[in-house]
Design a protein around this ligand. Structure first.
Ligand SMILES: NC(=O)c1ccc[n+]([C@@H]2O[C@H](COP(=O)([O-])OP(=O)(O)OC[C@H]3O[C@@H](n4cnc5c(N)ncnc54)[C@H](OP(=O)(O)O)[C@@H]3O)[C@@H](O)[C@H]2O)c1
Ligand SMILES: [Zn+2]
Length: 344
């Protein structure tokens, strides 16, 4: 089968190769999918240009947002599942620890991510644990379904489970043109919260107007100052920050008394220089939400299937153009999601 491999650390055009490898056979509790579509995330880029926490072993095959058709099953998996159109939940866990039993899969000490700790879906076929697979709703096409899992599940946890965002709240969403940011903005709009979004270009700002009460171009005005002006000096109840050290202090300074900063990433770096008094003296909280659990995944899929929210597709690429997909994300040209169709 054909697969997209990252062969070494380096620029996308040099480090990504489309290779022929053996089609994998499912293990006893696994099934094999013919991959119809696979969404890209910032993570796919980090896997190539060096994520600070990762022990780099090449070649790698990323791709965590997988949808496809079951085409082979392991010996413990019912053959009735053959031909099913499915979506994959990306977290693989022990299933037995206190966190797994509580449904908090991403807290499991054995938590692994498909496309990070195991080969991902940027190939014609992929094997995954049968337990990780849910039916794809008929109302979602392959491309939309592949754009949903990681970004919308993470954003769902950030805004609802952790942020507890409701109609009377105000929220600030950073990087609202990106995968997680755009999903978070759509959720804020969906519940009727007052939503402010940041972005870096006029063109992206115009496209964000659809969901945001105000879009802040942070290249023109420091976004914390803009937020304080918009809220008469009160600040917002929830800030969704996935940018990291570049934005942490301004995110904290954008919060109201008792407000929550919900974080899921560190794109610009993990070592913010912050004044901790700006947190405790204002009763503010900083809360982690690195990914969502299985229930949050199902809730996110259900909301999209009903059309309450929906991924914005930046572009759909054949596997041969995987490097171009990386480039679009890395150069911050992306608006929404890049989706690859490996069988095309
Ligand atoms: N994708 C997921 O499902 C997921 C899940 C868990 C955690 N995360 C983490 O969340 C972060 C965002 O992931 P993503 O997939 O949503 O990324 P993405 O689609 O590439 O979006 C990131 C957006 O952040 C904005 N940004 C602001 N400052 C930036 C900077 N210094 N460098 C790069 N972008 C900057 C950019 O928009 P503007 O130029 O308009 O500001 C960019 O479009 C990553 O750290 C990732 O590891 C992602
Ligand atoms: Zn566990």
């Amino acid at each position: 089968m054909r697969a997209g491999h990252i062969t070494h650390e380096g620029p996308a055009a040099e480090a990504i190769e489309i290779v022929d490898v053996e089609t994998p056979e499912p293990g006893s509790d696994e099934l094999r999918l013919r991959v119809e579509a696979c969404g890209l995330n910032r993570f796919d880029v980090f896997a190539r240009v060096g994520h600070p926490e990762e022990d780099d072993v090449f070649p790698k095959r990323t791709g965590g947002d997988i949808v496809g058709v079951v085409d082979a099953v392991g010996e413990n998996v019912s053959t009735e599942r053959l031909g099913n159109e499915v979506m994959v939940y990306g977290g693989v866990t022990c299933g037995e620890c206190e966190y797994c039993l509580a449904g908090e899969h991403t807290m499991c000490h054995e938590y692994e991510i498909i496309g990070e700790d195991r080969p991902g879906g940027l190939a014609e076929y992929v094997t995954v644990p049968a337990d990780n697979v849910d039916p794809k709703p008929d109302s979602l096409g392959w491309v939309a379904a592949a754009a949903l899992p990681a970004a919308f599940t993470t954003a769902y946890r950030m805004m609802f489970t952790v942020g507890d965002l409701g109609p009377s709240d105000t929220a600030l969403i950073l990087g609202a043109s990106g995968g997680v940011g755009n999903a978070a903005l759509q959720y804020a709009d969906m519940v009727g919260a007052t939503a402010y979004a940041t972005t870096s270009t006029e063109e992206k700002a115009e496209r964000l107007d659809r969901w945001a009460d105000e879009v802040i171009d942070y290249t023109e005005t420091p976004f914390d100052e803009a937020v304080m002006a918009l809220t008469d000096g009160r600040g917002v109840d929830v800030v969704a920050d996935h940018v990291g050290e570049e934005t942490w202090q301004r995110s904290i300074d954008s919060l109201a008394m008792g407000g929550k900063m919900v974080i899921c990433g560190a794109t610009s770096g993990p070592d913010p220089d912050i004044d901790i008094r700006s947190v405790y003296q204002h009763h503010r909280q900083i809360l982690g939400a690195p990914m969502g659990n299985r229930q949050e995944f199902r809730d996110a899929v259900a909301l999209a299937a009903r059309g309450e929210v929906g991924p914005v597709i930046d572009c759909v690429l054949p596997l041969a153009e995987l490097a171009e997909g990386h480039r679009i994300i890395e150069d911050r040209e992306v608006f929404g999601k890049v989706v690859v169709r490996p069988s095309r």
